[in-house]
Design a binder for this molecule. Structure first.
Ligand SMILES: *Cc1c(COP(=O)(O)O)cnc(C)c1O
Length: 362
């Protein structure tokens, strides 16, 4: 593709049109119409969904199908995030949102997507499952985008670019200007995965949704919100994109208990904010302690709840810690991460155990 124009920033991407990137079969799809879709409202007798009318073996009423559009959870998220409900999609984890983007926009065996390794592994797995080519443009040595390389890798079949910011496993945020250059020049979707945004000093891209019709922001309840077990992920995008994703998703993708518990959890913003502050304090402490070890070569600046630590002997340290019942992530085989371990920030007690244990590593 022709070179990007980095000046072309503050204006909307005038070339983008969702109909140019949507798969033909999805454009023409008649979505499944559930009983809950066909009748919404108050009634006293529901005989429309073949549910067990007597109840369930559980105390709570799980005999009924859940709300396919998760209105109550979205309404609460809308208040927290300042985004209208119509711009929110909920998935069974953000991993489901990633998969649905592939299935909606990428023709198997024909289209391609851009990945910028080292980054989150699910983009590639999802691409492979959907038989979609991945074009990899490595991050630079300081873990930033190679914008020139990305512009060269794009062709007419490039549908999606995945940017993870703060990035997993490197922990840094991606330069905002570079992401905006992609948004302003690329005629497919730019997916900004903000799984770790709550820990970041950077602003979310959610506020750019009114600016860029080709922006998809992913967030999740799995990290700062402490709800990895519920499987609730979010995508924020234009109404048109959200409509497509809703059409493609399984009708009841967020189960009733997850919806109820997510709604309850989302009342506790203050508790979560306190945990975030404590996590950042602990992260800084952990960095200072780790710097004292001879086997630590470098600790990369982190905007997330984990740190990437370059060591002289990643495999040795990993195995030593496993033996002591402490599990970190060995990322030493990952591109640009030679010798690196990824360490999640734990509770003060857990971090102490890690540091005290490492003193015995030789
Ligand atoms: C953990 C993580 C997710 C979260 O996935 P869920 O399916 O919502 O649990 C998404 N993206 C990145 C980069 C992650 O690290």
């Amino acid at each position: 593709m022709q070179s990007f124009n980095p000046k072309n920033h503050s204006s909307d991407n005038k070339m983008f049109n969702i109909n140019n990137i949507l798969r033909e079969n999805i454009k023409n799809l008649t979505p499944y119409s559930s009983a809950r879709d066909e009748f919404q409202g108050e009634a006293s007798v529901f005989l429309d969904a073949n549910e067990n009318a007597f109840g369930s073996p559980l105390n709570q009423q799980y005999n009924r199908y859940p709300d396919p559009m998760q209105y109550n959870v979205k309404k609460r998220l809308s208040e927290i995030k300042g985004v209208p409900v119509r711009n929110i999609f909920l998935g069974n984890g953000s991993d489901e949102a990633i998969d649905i983007l592939f299935r909606s926009f990428c023709n198997p065996g024909v289209d391609n997507v851009i990945l910028v390794p080292p980054t989150y592994g699910m983009y590639e797995v999802s691409a492979n499952i959907n038989d979609v080519e991945t074009r990899k443009v490595s991050l630079t040595e300081d873990f930033q985008l190679n914008v020139e390389g990305i512009s060269e890798a794009i062709d007419k079949n490039t549908k999606l670019i995945f940017i993870c910011s703060p990035n997993n496993p490197t922990g840094n945020s991606i330069n905002r200007d570079d992401i905006e250059t992609l948004l302003a020049n690329f005629n497919g979707l730019v997916v900004v995965d903000e799984a770790y945004i709550n820990f970041s000093r950077q602003k979310t891209f959610i506020q750019e949704l009114t600016e860029y019709a080709n922006l998809v922001v992913l967030q999740t309840l799995s990290k700062a919100w402490g709800l990895a077990g519920l499987r609730v992920g979010m995508a924020f995008a234009s109404e048109e994109i959200i409509e497509v994703m809703n059409k493609v998703k399984p009708p009841y993708n967020i189960n009733e208990s997850s919806q109820q518990l997510a709604l309850e959890a989302l009342q506790n913003v203050e508790q979560v904010n306190n945990w975030i502050k404590e996590t950042l304090t602990q992260r800084d402490k952990l960095v200072l302690s780790l710097k004292n070890f001879d086997f630590v070569v470098d600790i990369y600046p982190s905007d997330a709840n984990f740190i990437l630590v370059k060591t002289t002997n990643a495999k040795g340290i990993y195995n030593f810690l496993v033996e002591k019942g402490i599990i970190v992530r060995d990322r030493s085989k990952v591109e640009l991460c030679q010798g690196c371990l990824r360490i999640t920030v734990g509770t003060p007690a857990e971090n102490d155990i890690l540091i005290e244990t490492l003193k015995f590593f030789k």
